[in-house]
Design a binder for this molecule. Structure first.
Ligand code: COA
Length: 285
């Protein structure tokens, strides 16, 4: 196991392909100061190039995902310096949106404790979210005098339906992990005590898949959500299909066909994720 301590971020790798990346300011409920954003950017730079890392789990130390932007350091602290604020704000959202959105590895948000305001951006930026039932969520901005800005409202529009998104942005009302699943913010909710093992289990299930195929699937799905008409979508997906067939180191396409048609050794649709709570299975961000 290796642990790398940045000033405000911890990266733990246990040699199994999973990198556990945590915001490490529990005394501030993992509020995101400018230093957190710098450290997270550095962490993702490193993990992208780390061949051992297949899955990145983002969480918060001390059982709190994140209390959002640091109101003191990221808001008040930059209030009177427009240039610095602009430069910092680029960093604020780039790792949480642009970077996560395009990250060429599986990303999972593991949510416990509080998930507030700006934390919705990296929650939704991850491919998957697994939450404790007890976790508490709030788009709190409206309660203290700002809009859910940065990329928050944009992220909410991406993940939530119109009525629910409007409701929670405009009321700031708090909700729990199970409701987060209903709202499409998390894939499934588990008791807090099971959060870590279930996240580990899910990460292992994803790692067992062909990573080239998983990442191409993610690229396609995300690109389609950015908006293409039907013709563009067909063309884009056809090109991606050819690209994957040509570049997949495992040659998954031909291997899979052969296993199913010739060897009859494998039925792809008979391999579901063993989620005991099937009522929640399939709900995704
Ligand atoms: N920015 C800066 N500091 C924060 C913070 C934030 N977003 N959230 C919590 N903190 C700090 C508190 O100021 C306090 O610091 P102190 O000990 O130096 O006074 C410390 O973290 C603990 O906070 P506290 O409120 O005592 O913890 P709690 O467990 O009772 O409540 C929250 C946790 C998250 C519910 C509460 O702190 C809160 O509402 N924070 C604001 C969250 C928010 O609106 N974020 C949106 C930003 S866009």
């Amino acid at each position: 196991m290796t642990t790398k301590e940045l000033e405000t971020v911890r990266i733990v790798r246990e040699g199994d392909g999973i990198a556990w990346v945590s915001i490490n300011r529990p005394e501030k409920r993992n509020a995101m100061s400018p230093q957190v954003h710098r450290d997270m950017s550095a962490a993702f730079d490193e993990l992208e190039l780390d061949a051992e890392t297949k899955v990145v789990v983002i969480h918060g130390e001390g059982g709190v995902f994140s209390a959002g932007q640091d109101l003191k350091d990221s808001f008040r602290g930059l209030e009177n310096d427009a240039t610095e604020r602009y430069l910092q704000e680029q960093k604020f959202w780039k790792w949480r949106w642009e970077r996560l959105w395009n990250f060429p590895k599986v990303t999972i948000a593991m949510v416990d404790g509080w998930c507030v305001g700006g934390a919705f951006t990296h929650l939704i930026g991850c491919d998957f979210a697994i939450t404790s039932e007890e976790a508490q969520y709030s788009l709190s901005e409206v309660n203290w005098g700002i809009i859910p800005g940065g990329m928050v409202s944009r992220a909410v529009v991406e993940a939530m339906g119109y009525r629910d998104g409007m409701y929670y942005c405009m009321t700031g009302e708090r909700f729990h992990g199970r409701r987060a699943v209903e709202l499409g913010l998390a894939n499934f909710a588990v008791p807090a005590a099971d959060l870590r093992p279930r996240t580990q289990e899910f990460a292992e299930m994803m790692m067992a898949k062909n990573q080239a195929v998983v990442n191409a699937t993610k690229q396609v799905y995300r690109a389609l959500r950015r908006g293409m008409d039907f013709d563009q979508s067909l063309d884009y997906m056809a090109a991606k299909f050819v690209q994957l067939k040509a570049t997949d180191p495992q040659n998954g396409y031909r291997t899979g066909l052969s296993q199913f048609i010739d060897e009859k050794s494998y039925r792809p649709a008979h391999e579901p994720y063993p989620n005991p709570d099937q009522s929640q299975a399939g709900q995704s961000v």
